[in-house]
Design a protein around this ligand. Structure first.
Ligand code: KIV
Ligand code: ZN
Length: 390
């Protein structure tokens, strides 16, 4: 049987679990609820609200989000133990749509040094954990922690065991951000063929960014047939972070011609979600961050500004409106040219006569050398000075 992946890629958000469990990004219950509202507006498919068994605070947050969220599936992480699964079930009691997300490490390193378990014991734990979860939940995701450093044939066995026990999503985390896009494509192509998932079972990728490849790896996974990607707003997460949702989703959308898939997201809510997270955590994204950084739609170079003034597509592959960002800014600085300067002056209501223009442009360049960015007030003063000298 050949597996035909659906056309829609599910977006599983883990900002409130994997994202929150990293230094600098912890959130209060109020903050988590506020972020969960933004995620619902974005229309993510799944919100991983926390790890109910990890602490009473996490359990309360999962419960509060479960009570409030309408739309996304609300999910709690759990180890493959009855205690953790019961804690997840209790916290998710009020959810309209719920999922248990079970995990156990599968790599040799983790089996030998952390779990002290043999392969057979890991398989038994997966089987019993998933079966127990399925006796409570209809929707069960299984994750093989450190999957990408697990022996490929054993990883396939783990996934097959989880699927046979009733898991509906098979997640393959690159827990330590170790692999590269070509390998990700190979691993998923192998797994999909080896496991032959039944209709309705979805493979998922969960990529960390230790080598800066979480987004590229998630896209490679989609190419191989994966139909859920796990990500966070602004790419926050353990160490260097997780796959940045806004980047992966905008890549799928902008390059739909190449990937041929869509998501259910309202991408116009990305900017707002990104700024809300900054506000809650106090951690700002870097200025040049893709999609939501302050420079993502700012142009300073003269040639670029000239192009932008005649057709935005010359230097923008997506528009700020697509992600809910403020309109593109033509920043006036030392790299700007006459086109941008006089276009801005016209917007400000000034159309200096032709014989004044060279002097204004020279004055502008001097200002730009001193101040990096020339403001509208500085432009007004410059024009007034030039007019007075006439
Ligand atoms: O990175 C990871 O392995 C995880 C799993 C628990 C899903 O976050
Ligand atoms: Zn993770």
């Amino acid at each position: 049987m050949t597996y035909t992946p659906p056309e829609t890629v599910r977006i599983f958000d883990t900002t409130l679990r994997d994202g929150e469990q990293s230094p600098g990004f912890s959130m209060t219950m109020k903050g988590k609820l506020r972020m969960a509202r933004r995620l619902s507006e974005l229309k993510v498919d799944v919100i991983e609200a926390g790890f109910a068994a990890a602490s009473p605070g996490d359990a309360e947050a999962v419960q509060a989000i479960a009570e409030e969220a309408d739309g996304p599936i609300v999910c709690s992480l759990a180890r493959v133990t009855e205690r953790d699964i019961d804690a997840a079930a209790e916290a998710l009691m009020a959810a309209q749509r719920k999922r248990a997300h079970l995990f156990i490490a599968t790599s040799k390193l983790h089996r030998e040094h952390k779990l002290k378990m043999r392969k057979g014991e890991v398989l038994d734990a997966i089987d019993s954990g998933v079966r127990y979860a399925r006796s409570i939940f209809e929707d069960v995701e299984f994750s093989a922690e450190d999957a990408m450093r697990t022996e490929k044939s054993f990883l396939a066995e783990c996934m097959r065991t989880a699927a046979e026990a009733g898991a509906t999503t098979l997640n393959v985390p690159d827990t330590v951000g170790y692999v590269t896009p070509d390998e990700v494509f190979d691993v998923f192509s192998y797994l999909i063929e080896a496991v032959e998932p039944e209709e309705g079972i979805v493979f998922s990728a969960h990529c960390h960014d230790d080598l800066g490849m979480a987004v590229a790896n998630s896209l490679a996974a989609v190419r191989a047939g994966v139909r859920q990607i796990e990500c966070t707003i602004n790419g926050i997460g353990e160490r260097a972070g997780n796959c940045a949702m806004e980047e992966a989703v905008m890549a799928l959308r902008t390059r739909r011609d190449f990937y041929g898939v869509s998501t259910n997201l309202d991408t116009t809510k990305f900017f707002d979600a990104s700024r809300t997270l900054e506000d809650i955590t106090g951690e700002k994204v870097q200025r040049n961050k893709a999609v939501v950084g302050r420079n993502a739609f700012a142009h300073e170079a003269g040639i670029h500004q000239h192009g932008m003034l005649s057709n935005r597509k010359t230097y923008e592959i997506m528009s700020p409106e697509d992600v809910g960002a403020p309109v593109s800014a033509l920043v006036l600085g030392k790299h700007s040219g006459k086109h941008a300067l006089f276009a801005r002056l016209e917007e400000l209501g000034h159309e200096p006569p032709v014989d004044m223009r060279d002097a204004i442009f020279e004055g502008f360049k001097r200002l730009a050398d001193e101040h990096h960015e020339v403001t509208d007030d500085q432009l007004r003063t410059l024009v007034a000075g030039a007019s007075n000298r006439l």
